[in-house]
Design a binder for this molecule. Structure first.
Ligand SMILES: NC(=O)C[C@H](N)C(=O)O
Length: 327
């Protein structure tokens, strides 16, 4: 099943980036050590499925990934899919930021071929390592006809979930991910309504900061971010998108300076909506010029805002984008 078939021959492309799936335990903590060929060896499959072309892209803990690294992953997927003989792509990735990179890849996914991210919660040299099972599931998902056209998927702990709306729910469980909308995935806009159809950017991308809000949060955090030329801000507000009136006032100032502000929630599940007023409610934040993100939570909203601002989209397009990610 493995090998390095040349461009133009039917194949799955496996891109490795590091993470626990590739990690060995050391005296200084677990660190990535394995490349894609070693990951495949651990799966040990011997069936007669398509050959696998391997790409060792990077070897990092995903918590240490930069935005440039994340875009490099998305470019590697696009490079792989540029070969029409490629059936689909599997990406091995750390779980800490998998919801961000997989969603970024989903934003740029413009054809039906499956792209499946996977990782592990236990290092590869652990007796109960979950990586080989997860990688086997990801490889099987790529050749399963039912995964075509479903956007980027994540195979972990026996579950196959869409990247859109995904978040890490456990620091330890093998089924470490869930989706924000209990009962079903968050709708992705149809391919015909995609706004990120251009090439995946190379070089500088827009700076977007994200803050979790809480009682007593200082509006100065937002002011400092604006002073440091953030192009966008994502606020993980309390409840269904609410905060203190002082934050609303600072948001209004940021918006006046051309900063795009997206309000989401620090609560894991459920819709964020403009329901409450009182000066700090999502009704007020929206009046101050913020966009309310109904379903995308802060890590994914931030990736979307980085991609949309970098592509030069204006406030109307960006507002429509968030609204289109509905239930
Ligand atoms: N389970 C994991 O993969 C966690 C690891 N720190 C990473 O994200 O790379």
């Amino acid at each position: 099943m493995t090998g390095t078939p040349p461009t133009g021959t039917p194949a799955i492309v496996l891109i490795s980036t590091g993470g626990t799936i590739a990690a060995h335990r050391t005296a200084d903590g677990a660190v990535p050590a394995l490349g894609s060929v070693e990951l495949l060896t651990a799966v040990g499959t011997t069936d007669t499925g398509p050959a696998i072309r391997t790409v060792d892209l990077m070897s990092v803990d995903s918590s240490a990934m930069t935005v440039a690294d994340q875009f490099a992953v998305v470019r590697a997927i696009a490079d792989a899919l540029a070969d029409p003989a490629v059936r689909g792509v599997v990406v091995t990735h750390g779980t800490d930021t998998m919801e961000e990179t997989a969603f970024l890849a989903d934003l740029y996914a413009t054809d039906d071929r499956p792209v499946v991210f996977t990782g592990a919660m236990l290092p590869s040299d652990s007796p109960e390592a979950d990586g080989p099972t997860n990688l086997g599931a990801a490889l099987a998902a790529v050749v399963d006809p039912t995964t075509r056209g479903r956007g980027v998927l994540v195979a972990m702990g026996g579950r196959l979930l869409p990247a859109c709306g995904l978040f890490k729910v456990s620091t330890t469980d093998l089924a470490a991910f869930d989706t924000v909308q209990a009962g079903g995935p968050v709708d992705r806009p149809p391919l015909s309504h995609r706004v990120l159809t251009g090439p995946v950017p190379i070089g500088r991308t827009a700076r977007v900061d994200a803050f979790t809000l809480y009682p007593g949060v200082s509006p100065g955090l937002i002011a400092a971010s604006v002073a440091q030329n953030a192009a966008g801000l994502v606020l993980a507000a309390t409840g269904a998108g609410n905060t203190h009136p002082d934050i609303t006032a600072e948001v209004a100032l940021a918006v006046q300076r051309g900063v795009i502000v997206v309000v989401t929630s620090r609560v894991p599940y459920g819709e964020v909506s403009a329901t409450y007023g009182g000066g700090g409610g999502a009704v007020d934040l929206r009046r101050a010029g913020a966009i309310v993100s109904p379903w995308l939570r802060a890590p994914q909203a931030r990736m979307a805002l980085i991609a949309l601002v970098t592509a030069g989209h204006d406030l109307d397009v960006i507002t429509d984008f968030f609204v289109a990610h509905h239930s």
